[in-house]
Design a protein around this ligand. Structure first.
Ligand code: ZN
Length: 248
């Protein structure tokens, strides 16, 4: 019997045919993913918290990813002095698009970034080098906001920008931290997902300003309009708001 000598797992080998099957199952024109450019009858549901029409069957983008890509492609790419990006825990399809746009993008996994927070000043890489840092849906898993924001600021050049997305409950003034008990999870059921430490409130922009950034709170889905929100399934503004944080 022939031995498969490639290092690919069975999942990796089956991935492409599975995606082709999914494209056929969800064939249709009702919704469109602006990242992979495919149309479907509907998006997949997301389990925790439950949301209909959330995940692209082909590239697995969620609502916040699609808003992020609209914002990057419409407002950031092509502008002067936006040459060097850092993308923390990147979404594979958005990373592909950045590469196609010839953007120099360094990447780091969330755990590596978090471990590096513990290094001394001398042990850390040179700072002041990035024009744009994409930090999408990571803060809620790390917590420790003051330290995280100080490190992101150190990595940015002066005038550089962080694009931050996280989970925000507009009905809470402040962050709900240390989500540990079943009661916490029940109270936050429209926002909670496994592994997170915090859900943020409307004072997040103040917190970012206090960390030394010039902050713009951008609901880009609303700017694109209701028909775009429906066609591209751009969410409900709980996860999609972009906090554009400029290092002055
Ligand atoms: Zn897609």
């Amino acid at each position: 019997m022939a031995v498969n000598r490639s290092n690919k797992s069975i999942f990796q080998i089956l991935r492409k045919p599975l995606l082709v099957v999914r494209k056929t199952i969800y064939k249709g024109e009702k919704v469109r993913c602006n990242i992979c450019g495919n149309n479907f009858s509907r998006f997949l549901s997301h389990k925790l918290p439950y949301r209909r029409n959330a995940r692209c069957p082909y590239c697995h983008s969620l609502e916040a990813d699609r808003v992020l890509w609209f914002f990057l492609s419409n407002e950031i790419l092509g502008k002067k002095n936006k040459k060097r990006f850092l993308y923390i825990e990147p979404h594979a399809s958005i990373l592909d698009k950045l590469e196609q746009a010839h953007i120099h993008t360094d990447t780091v996994k969330r755990n590596t970034f978090t471990n590096k927070l513990l290094l001394t000043k001398k042990e850390k890489n040179t700072g002041g080098i990035y024009d744009v840092i994409i930090f999408s849906h990571q803060l809620q898993y790390i917590g420790n906001e003051d330290v995280v924001l100080a490190e992101l600021k150190r990595l940015l050049r002066t005038g550089g920008t962080i694009l931050l997305q996280t989970i925000v409950n507009p009905n809470m003034d402040r962050a709900y931290e240390n989500i540990e008990t079943a009661e916490d999870r029940d109270r936050l059921k429209n926002f909670y997902q496994p592994g997170i430490k915090s859900i943020y409130g409307i004072n997040l922009s103040k917190q970012l300003t206090k960390a030394g950034f010039k902050v713009e709170v951008i609901d880009f889905a609303q700017q694109l309009g209701e028909s775009a929100i429906e066609y591209y399934c751009l969410g409900s503004s709980y996860r999609e708001i972009i906090y554009k944080c400029k290092k002055p």
